[in-house]
Design a protein around this ligand. Structure first.
Ligand code: HEM
Length: 184
């Protein structure tokens, strides 16, 4: 798979700090996949790529998988599973707190991603899964916060997210407007 191949290209391309590099690559792919997942509905509406619908759950689960690997790299290789260090980091470094909240939300979405759970939750399922936007926001924020000088990279993701969110809000707004005018 292209992504695993990228993350595990171990031959001299990981630089002086390989743990950080592996962790960063997993983090970046988590962020890319949440954007891809959120782009599915706009692409269906704008370009008519309805076949994308079949892959949306898989994209979402990829996001979860890469975030989990990113988290585990940090937990095991960076923090060495030291509970006190882990708790201290989560509590005292705001960008880690944000990442942690995003991961908890991703766990909730992954756990309710089955057809059975979707049926069981009914209308609440959609409300819960709107948290995907919150996760993307937290992910960009988490990235932004730890970049020292050049914010170009996180800014790219912030712009993509802003476009995806505005498209969604625009559709919602025009739908309510249409619903109102058709009542008259
Ligand atoms: C408990 C959850 C998380 C923890 C503890 C965590 C921790 C970290 C740490 C320590 C770094 C900095 C690594 C370095 O020094 O270069 C980092 C970077 C990053 N994280 Fe997380 N993270 C978490 C969740 C997430 C999630 C959910 C996402 C995305 C949806 C994410 C995306 C990123 C990105 C994009 C970077 C920057 C990579 C780069 O510099 O190229 N993280 N994270």
């Amino acid at each position: 798979m292209l992504v695993a191949g990228d993350a595990f290209e171990l031959t001299g391309r990981l630089g002086a700090n390989p743990v950080e590099e592996i962790q960063d690559r997993f983090g970046i792919w988590a962020l890319r996949f949440i954007m891809i997942t959120l782009a599915v509905t706009p692409l269906r509406r704008l370009v008519g790529w309805n076949w994308l619908a079949r892959f949306r759950r898989m994209f979402g689960l990829f996001t979860f998988f890469y975030a989990l690997m990113h988290f585990l790299t940090w937990l095991i290789l960076d923090q060495g599973l030291l509970v006190s260090a882990i708790l201290e980091d989560i509590i005292e470094r705001p960008f880690i707190t944000i990442g942690f909240v995003a991961l908890l939300l991703l766990i909730a979405l992954a756990a309710t991603s089955t057809n059975g759970m979707r049926r069981r939750l009914g209308r609440r399922w959609q409300t819960l899964h709107n948290a995907a936007y919150l996760i993307a926001l937290l992910g960009v924020w988490h990235y932004w916060w730890q970049v020292k000088k050049d914010v170009t990279e996180p800014l790219n993701y912030a712009v993509i997210l802003a476009v995806l969110l505005s498209a969604r809000l625009w559709w919602r707004w025009s739908r309510t407007k249409r619903a109102k005018t058709s009542h008259h």
